[in-house]
Design a protein around this ligand. Structure first.
Ligand code: ZN
Ligand code: ZN
Length: 320
């Protein structure tokens, strides 16, 4: 099969021919129809998130055809131990032995992929593979971050990319207000946020139009943490939604005081995936995707880094 593999930190991904992987006991072999591109893929490529062993096929938002037909989704969480203090208390996302798709096991920038069937999910009916792919990380880790905001009515979203564009639709469905903050001057992302129903959209260097009840930071920029803390009202929460961020500059305790909460979100649980994949068709979430051929995965990653598209990038292998 054809695959795009990472051979050394810094990349690029290299197109290679590899044997089609074989499904072991309890595993599914799926024909990859689409695989979303995530900012985490950039962090893996850049070495900001370590990969235990190279070469590795990246890609953890896989939609494929299962052996019996039907679409299955393969997310970032590939395996957990099931025995540790985290796994046995509903927090398998924090399992210290967890394995992740496209980091510890090969992912979806390939024609075929295998996955532990206990960590695969049926794709809700009506979603073509291309549209479903971004639900699997942008959608469901974004949703976990959104849930960490509790009952917040007015939520700021810093970095309006794939996760923001899904979350905005869910928030609107729940009659909550989203205020989008983009890279300063990114008018395309701001217009896109307003199109999706955001109450306001501005550069992250601009003041929030109103005091926020919560904020989620998807942009990997630690300097946004104090900015977001200052934008939330007393008692508000700031959630960091990414796997990696640049260092957070020091800030005055007054920015945190008055019971503001600062927290991160890590990975996902299978319960998150079930909850979000049941919710998405009710909204219904419509993803805006930019399609790239498998061989153009490096281009997709470069476009994501440069902010050259709105919505989500998806890599699609040509099986013909
Ligand atoms: Zn991801
Ligand atoms: Zn565990």
């Amino acid at each position: 099969m054809r695959a795009m593999q990472l051979e050394r930190v810094g990349g690029p991904l290299r197109p290679v021919q590899r044997p089609v992987p074989q499904a072991g006991p309890g595993q599914l072999l799926v024909r990859v129809l689409a695989c979303g591109v995530c900012r985490t893929d950039l962090h893996l490529l850049d070495g900001e998130v370590a990969i235990p062993q190279l070469p590795r096929v990246l890609g953890h938002q896989i939609v494929g055809e299962a052996p019996g037909g039907g679409l299955v989704g393969i997310p970032w969480l590939a395996w957990t131990c099931g025995e540790c203090a985290y796994c046995t208390t509903g927090r398998e996302n924090l399992c210290p032995r967890a394995r992740f798709t496209g980091r510890d096991v090969d992912g979806g920038f390939a024609e075929w992929a295998v996955a532990d069937e206990r960590f695969c999910f049926p794709i809700p009916g009506g979603y073509p593979a291309l549209q479903a792919a971004p639900l699997l990380c942008a959608g469901l880790i974004g949703h976990r971050a959104f849930r960490m905001c509790g009952g917040a009515r007015r939520i700021g979203v810093f970095g309006f990319g794939a996760a923001g564009h899904v979350l905005c639709q869910v928030a609107r469905h729940e009659r909550r207000e989203i205020h989008a903050f983009t890279r300063p001057g990114d008018e395309a992302a701001q217009a896109f946020a307003l199109e999706l129903g955001a109450a306001s959209a501005a550069g992250s260097d601009e003041a929030a139009p109103a005091s926020l009840d919560a904020a989620i930071i998807f942009a990997p920029d630690g300097a946004l943490v104090p900015v977001a803390l200052r934008a939330v009202a007393p008692g508000g929460t700031v959630v960091c939604g990414g796997i990696h961020m640049s260092d957070i500059p020091s800030f005055a305790y007054a920015d945190l005081w008055q019971e503001r909460t600062l927290r991160s979100v890590a990975n996902l649980t299978r319960a998150d995936a079930q909850e979000f994949l049941a919710l998405a068709p009710q909204v219904p979430v419509e993803t805006h995707v930019h399609r790239y051929a498998l061989e153009a995965a490096n281009e997709a990653l470069a476009d994501l880094r440069a902010g050259r598209f709105t919505g989500a990038a998806v890599v699609v292998p040509d099986h013909s």
